[in-house]
Ligand binder design. Structure first.
Ligand code: FAD
Ligand code: SF4
Length: 508
């Protein structure tokens, strides 16, 4: 074998650099279903089914071209991880070089490096041209600034690519329409949200479902309703469905939540994007075209494009700039264990019960549920960042470490001490009440911090401010909350502390 191309489960794009000078007469492909990828964090069953089914479909397309493919099927081998499985292959075959697009997980890259080193096989790690940022572009941008603010990175990429630009000016005259994107559904809730396109499992997916039930029976998550796209054709259909039916209201309701409404106006495209079944350029072009054709307003289109061109590219840049240090950061010295109900959804808190229940059902939660319900509670609870990271990486179908880790440790848990966010995203239950319909049917009251009906978010919120008051005092917005705390009676502050102790006894 002149060149062995290693394809990982989140590298299912045929426009990747590894294919550019692939010669089927001399080169071969290596893919493997490895248990460690589902067990290094206890992966949700839907997450494992998604990756394995998409890999098997991709392998099928390679076989149809009669390309030489070495594919290890789960259960047909005893290997645990990449180091062993690839190492074994290299020790039994004459391989000139291994070629690989840079993985989405630092850990996997290290394992592949070791396998190659141990067999003295040269390894070529190629840039991932799926992303808009060119190799080194983020590092150069980062080097010139004190604080890497997402908004400036986003503007930089818009200027460089011309996406949503009118010559040198942002389309519509403003860079950002976020202020228009904060509507809630009021007290009555959303009206007739179009259901997203889901895909009935074909024979390949059905077999994967059986395999996953067999090999990972105790893992979290349900498989009753698996409908994620696992091929490029399905991914394109999912994109079309979003653009036609939900994009127009994406902006208005981007931050809104409602019970039993898992999808709302979100795109659900992170899955297809992260497996590289979709290219971000085609996704943004489809959204921009919908604006040009008058099918979606600018606040929706700009808001959507900002998530992909701004946030998605930004977190990837940060991941590769700060790994592996990021893994051990704990700036707020959070030392609690993540409560057990995160794995079962068994809690009386209506917002958490719904958000976690939905994750168990589908492996999905939209951004505000991740940030301001599950993430916020973990932050206020002062859960160990490492445990929070492991939970997110395990539970969401779209979780790949490069995108999950900065969002969790940086944006949500402030474990990086402000590298990504200027302050911790903290709020009391009143924020959840304003943005959702959860509190209407909850046994707790979002305004109350003490007493039998105190909302645990609100109690923990004041406890958090109390504990970190010196850190927050000088901050323009959080400083005001410290002054509210200063104005609280000593008795009330003591009652809050007692309530926190009770919560720890009850929920830990
Ligand atoms: P939409 O709301 O329709 O957004 C459109 C697209 O923008 C998404 O598909 C996604 O590709 C991109 N996007 C939006 N926000 C972000 C962001 N903050 N970072 C990167 N890309 C973004 N996203 C993942 O893809 N995988 C994860 O494991 C993940 N973990 C997260 C953990 C936490 C604590 C938080 C706060 C966010 C996380 N996100 C993650 C980002 C975001 O929540 C998801 O991308 C989004 O909810 C996916 O659903 P969607 O496709 O319907 O998104
Ligand atoms: Fe969540 Fe508190 Fe509202 Fe209940 S009252 S749904 S716990 S925010």
């Amino acid at each position: 074998i002149r060149k062995l191309v290693v394809v990982l489960g989140d590298q299912l794009n045929r426009d990747a650099l590894v294919w550019q000078d692939f010669d089927p007469t001399q080169d071969a492909i290596w893919m493997a279903e490895l248990p460690e990828e589902s067990t290094h964090v206890q992966s949700h069953k839907q997450r494992t089914v998604l990756f394995l089914s998409a890999m098997r479909h991709f392998a099928e397309s390679l076989r149809q071209q009669a390309w030489s493919l070495h594919y290890l099927v789960l259960g047909s081998h005893d290997f645990v991880g990449f180091e062993q499985a690839l190492g074994e292959f290299l020790s039994h075959h004459q391989v000139g070089a291994v070629e690989l697009v840079v993985p989405g997980d630092y850990r996997v890259l290290q394992q592949i490096k070791v396998a190659c080193q141990q067999n003295a096989t040269p390894l070529n790690v190629l840039p991932d041209i799926h992303f808009i940022a060119e190799p080194g572009e983020f590092k150069t941008w980062l080097a010139g600034r004190k604080k890497p603010t997402m908004e400036y990175w986003y503007r930089h990429l818009r200027q460089r690519t011309g996406i949503l630009m009118d010559d040198k000016k942002p389309m519509g005259g403003k860079w950002n329409y976020d202020a228009d994107n904060r509507q809630s559904f009021g007290k009555t809730g959303p009206q007739a949200v179009p259901a997203p396109l889901m895909f009935t499992p074909d024979a390949i997916t059905q077999q994967v479902i059986k395999d996953v039930e067999f090999h990972f029976a105790p893992h979290p998550g349900k498989l009753a309703e698996f409908g994620w796209p696992v091929t490029r054709e399905q991914a394109l259909a999912a994109l079309e469905d979003f653009i036609a039916h939900r994009l127009a209201k994406f902006g208005d309701y981007q931050d809104a939540m409602w019970p039993n409404q898992a999808w709302l106006y979100h795109s659900l495209l992170s899955v297809a994007l992260n497996l590289k079944l979709l290219n971000p350029r085609e996704v943004m072009a489809a959204a921009e075209q919908a604006y040009q054709q008058g099918r979606a307003p600018l606040n929706a289109v700009e808001g959507f494009i900002r998530q992909i061109l701004g946030w998605r590219e930004y977190v990837r840049g940060l991941y590769w700039s700060y790994m592996p240090d990021w893994l051990s950061m704990n700036a707020l010295n959070a030392q609690q264990d993540l409560p057990g109900f995160y794995w079962t959804g068994d809690t009386e808190m209506a917002c958490l019960k719904d958000s976690i229940g939905q994750v168990l059902e589908y492996g999905y939660g939209h951004h505000i549920q991740r940030l301001m319900v599950t993430g916020l509670f973990a932050l206020l609870w002062q859960a160990k960042p490492e445990q929070v990271h492991q939970w997110y990486l395990a539970m969401y179908v779209d979780a790949v470490e490069w995108v999950e880790l900065p969002n969790v440790l940086g944006m949500s848990q402030f474990a990086d001490g402000g590298l990504m966010a200027s302050k911790p995203y903290i709020a009391s239950g009143q924020y959840i009440d304003k943005m959702s319909g959860y509190c209407q049917h909850c046994r707790y009251k979002p305004k109350e911090a003490t007493g039998d009906q105190a909302c645990p978010f609100t109690t923990l919120y004041w406890g958090f401010i109390e504990q970190h008051q010196e850190l927050f005092r000088g901050h323009p917005r959080l400083g005001m909350q410290v002054r509210h705390l200063d104005a609280m009676s000593t008795e009330k502050r003591q009652l809050i502390q007692q309530k926190i102790l009770q919560l720890h006894e009850k929920l830990a």
